[in-house]
Design a protein around this ligand. Structure first.
Ligand code: FAD
Length: 574
């Protein structure tokens, strides 16, 4: 079936919806989501969205910019950080007007709490910058934006799985998707295509990410020759529930929780004497793993404790109800009475599809634009998070750059050419599905995915080194080969989740290889990328972004400079 829209958007998380609201002011908009729209991962965001409102204590956008740059270990493009932090206060007011029910101070202002890496006066002490809606902030914002998109007449295509995005000669024409319910192929022709497809935490075994976070569209664009930026930087959040990876928001430490090792020590005092448990996530995750490796886990085991018993029960019930429930249901623990066993969990991709400040996708290190193609949200790399994202800056990124992309699309529509997806894109999508559906092998996608997630976790997580990365690349190549010969049990067309798992596996394998090859290239330690064989940050060589591309010779890594405006790299102390 053929569809024609001015704008087609992949993803109904915060980035996709915010862009849809804006673009629908200038033309017709279709939003596709492989999930029911309000089940997008944004709905799981707990702790907050950052903005220097200064409602609870003095704060300034300037301090927010500094913290973001320093938190990102000086790899963020500072022009982009200035745009994001400079627009944060306006954004929160706008969200409030769109209907987001933020938590309040006793005087009725939007309440704010502490979060990792957010400080006043350039690192002097922690500051209350996170605006929140209890610990369901993403849910509150997503529902408000969904209602507004409906009101604007945005056309939703729920449970449509995008299989191919057509990019030819630096121009995008639209995309090809599968209607999961019927098994029918649909073609969406558009003047502008926006990718807002979220993260890809599912490359790892232990992750806070939803099952759907498999990075399909990054895989599709990479295959079409678009480079992927800074893929070596994957953030591990220090407090995942032990054995499960379910996230306990940093807001829990913002409200006064602390991390404790097997000797009963508040170990973050040693690693970050000024802001302790509220140091950035890369530092806290390394500290947790170091404590465990050196035998100071709880009872000598492989986890530490997050102690929330210091927080009053009423505060826990009022501001952290969701995670309190998680602990009761999944661990049988009441966090007001007993500490919670935690370990780092794969959480956020700093890297992704390179874009300019208006979401236009860039196809090379010189900044050439792909006409008609945009990206925003976690799948994109503007880059505001550099080598390590600060808490609360992702929700901000999605709405600030989602809106900017939507505005840029709106402005482009008048002069933009009508796109028409060629038969080639449709044939490619059909062939991919047919190839999987006729697979006769004895191995299946799900078990190959488990193997991939396990080896990625073991060899390419918080700590990395050349030997393990090289071995991992070889193992991934073998898995790719095995995946190409895999079999399938469900050969039907309707709701064939086994088929889609196999499609997703292809992208997970491709992205894992890119992560590893980019990590091998970067022979230094910066932010979330820590090389045991190169433990120092090396600004002389590595103050630059990586861009990995698929070429005929395999994956090639190129570089582009970091935009530095106000803050020169300094030693990163907290
Ligand atoms: C548990 C958790 C808690 C978090 N808490 C916070 C927080 O408190 N503050 C903060 O700033 N950040 C937080 N983050 C990070 C933040 O929530 C995400 O980075 C952000 O919400 C991503 O939004 P998005 O719009 O880019 O994509 P998502 O919300 O992930 O949406 C992706 C969309 O793309 C669609 N999609 C993907 N592939 C396809 C395909 N092939 N075909 C069709 N559709 C497709 C999906 O269906 C979905 O609609 C948290 C993340 C997690 C996992």
């Amino acid at each position: 079936m053929m569809h024609y829209f001015d704008t087609v958007i992949v993803g109904s998380g915060l980035a996709g919806l915010r862009a849809a609201i804006e673009a629908s002011k200038s033309g017709s908009v279709a939003v596709l989501s492989k999930l029911y729209p309000t089940r997008s991962h944004s709905t799981a965001a707990q702790g907050g969205i950052g903005a220097a409102l200064g409602n609870e204590e003095p704060d300034k956008p300037e301090w927010h910019i500094y913290d973001t740059v320093k938190g990102g270990d000086y790899l963020a493009d500072q022009d982009a950080v200035e745009v994001m932090c400079g627009d944060a206060v306006r954004t929160i007011v706008e969200l409030e007007h769109l209907g987001v029910p933020f938590s309040r101070t006793p005087e009725g202002k939007i309440a704010q709490r502490r979060f990792g890496g957010h400080t006043r006066e350039f690192g002097a002490a922690a500051v209350r910058r996170a605006c929140y809606s209890a610990d369901r902030t993403g849910h509150a914002i997503l529902f408000a934006l969904y209602e507004q998109s409906e009101r604007q007449g945005v056309h939703f295509f729920p449970e449509f799985h995008v299989l191919d995005i057509e990019v030819e000669n630096s121009r995008c024409f639209g995309l090809v998707a599968l209607d999961i319910r019927t098994g029918e192929i649909h073609t969406f022709n558009a003047k502008a295509t926006l990718i807002a497809s979220g993260g890809f935490g599912k490359v790892y075994k232990t992750t806070s990410n939803a099952l759907a976070s498999t990075g399909d569209c990054l895989g599709i664009l990479f295959r079409a020759g678009i480079p992927l930026e800074d893929m070596e930087f994957f953030q591990f959040h220090p407090t995942g529930l032990y054995g499960l990876g379910i996230l306990i928001t940093e807001g829990a430490r913002g409200e006064g929780g602390i991390l404790v090792n097997g000797k009963g020590e508040r170990f973050m005092e040693r690693y970050a004497p000024t802001i302790k448990d509220l140091a950035p996530r890369d530092m806290v995750s390394r500290a947790v793993i170091t404590e465990v490796r050196e035998g100071r886990g709880i009872r000598g085991g492989d986890y530490v404790h997050l102690d929330l018993t210091r927080i009053r029960r009423e505060i826990l019930e009022e501001r952290l109800p969701e995670i309190t429930t998680f602990c009761r249901i999944y661990m049988g623990i009441d966090p007001s009475e007993a500490p919670i066993p935690v370990l780092p969990t794969a959480h956020y991709a700093m890297g992704g599809i390179p874009t300019d400040l208006d979401g236009r996708v860039l196809e090379d290190e010189k900044g050439s634009v792909v006409a008609g193609l945009y990206a925003a949200g976690e799948c994109a790399c503007v880059s505001v998070h550099g080598a390590n994202r600060l808490g609360c800056n992702s929700l901000l990124d999605t709405v600030v750059f989602g809106r900017r992309a939507g505005t840029a699309i709106g402005a482009s529509l008048k002069s933009a050419e009508k796109g028409e997806v060629s038969g080639e894109g449709i044939a490619r999508a059909k062939q991919e599905l047919d190839c999987i559906l006729t697979g006769e092998g004895r191995e299946h996608a799900a078990s190959l995915r488990d193997e991939l997630q396990k080896i990625m976790m073991e060899r390419c997580s918080v700590f990395r080194n050349e030997r393990e990365l090289r071995q991992l690349v070889e193992e991934i190549r073998v898995l790719k080969e095995r995946a190409s010969k895999a079999g399938i049990t469900d050969r039907g067309r309707r709701f064939n989740t086994e088929l889609l798992e196999a499609v997703e596996l292809g992208h997970l394998l491709a992205l894992s290889e890119v992560i590893c090859l980019s990590a091998l290239e970067r022979t230094e330690s910066r932010g979330a990328h820590y090389r045991e064989d190169f433990p120092e940050r090396d600004d002389r060589t590595w103050l630059r972004h990586t861009l990995a591309s698929q070429t005929e010779k395999g994956v090639e890594v190129r570089y582009k400079p970091v935009a530095i405006t106000r803050f020169q790299p300094e030693e990163r102390k907290y």
